[in-house]
Design a protein around this ligand. Structure first.
Ligand code: URA
Length: 226
């Protein structure tokens, strides 16, 4: 199923998000600008998630002149943001501007690139560190990873997250750039998860990198080379 046909999926089309992603893609964007760009994109995606997936309710408000009815978000304080180390760190910094009251989870999961991608297009994943806050049935859990490539890392993260916790109200998998194969994998393994991405790119190369993509998001954000 293509992402366009899947319910519970959205592509962030906001012009500033697309503009920011284009800056991130550019090979000329150096480390500090890249990191700041991911922070900005995280904030914009946070606002889009609020608009699309959080509920609001009419509420009476007294202005200096009269009383009227306005809308207030109901789930803004029931949010858990999962930082998938390490590339998600600046992305999460931006998300936290949209969700200042969020509880944070940290999961370190990385793919073993030396083992290479298998014939199914998957990498072996090692999960090294997991620190989760309490997850409650009323929570919106946002799992943030700028790059949804094969889906191997996010699949391991979601399995870890949902293993011993009560099912949250909704799980949102947020990426800046995604590959069709990764989206399809998360869709088949976690059909209830909502998928939010700024771009669905063309394909994965033989090393599991997204094409056209933006390269290695962690290396570019942290100024490392491997
Ligand atoms: N991780 C990245 O940082 N970039 C890709 O293209 C794929 C995975």
């Amino acid at each position: 199923m293509s992402i366009e046909q899947r319910e519970q999926t959205s592509v962030v089309t906001h012009a500033l998000a697309q503009h920011t992603l284009t800056d991130l893609r550019s090979v000329d964007t150096e480390q500090v600008a890249f990191r700041k760009g991911l922070v900005k994109l995280g904030r914009l995606c946070g606002y889009e998630i609020i608009d699309e997936w959080l509920e609001s309710a009419p509420t009476e408000v007294q202005t200096p002149l009269t009383s009227t009815t306005g809308d207030r978000l109901t789930g803004l304080d029931d949010v858990v943001i999962v930082n998938v180390l390490r590339a998600a760190t600046p992305f999460v910094e931006g998300l936290l501007k949209a969700f200042p009251a969020a509880r944070q989870a940290v999961i370190s999961a990385s793919r073993d690139e030396s083992a290479g991608m298998n014939e199914e297009g998957e990498f072996p994943i090692s999960v090294q560190y997991v620190k989760l806050p309490e997850i409650r049935p009323e929570d919106t859990v946002i799992v943030a990873d700028p790059m949804l490539a094969t889906g191997s890392t996010l699949s391991a993260v979601l399995a870890e997250l949902l293993a011993d916790n009560p099912e949250p109200k909704q799980v949102i998998v947020l990426s800046a750039v995604s590959a069709p194969a990764g989206l399809a994998r998360i869709d088949s393994e976690f059909p209830a998860a909502k998928l939010v991405t700024v771009s669905v790119d063309d394909h994965l190369d033989d090393d599991g990198y997204i094409v056209p993509g933006l390269g290695d998001a962690g290396d570019r954000a942290f100024g490392t080379t491997e």
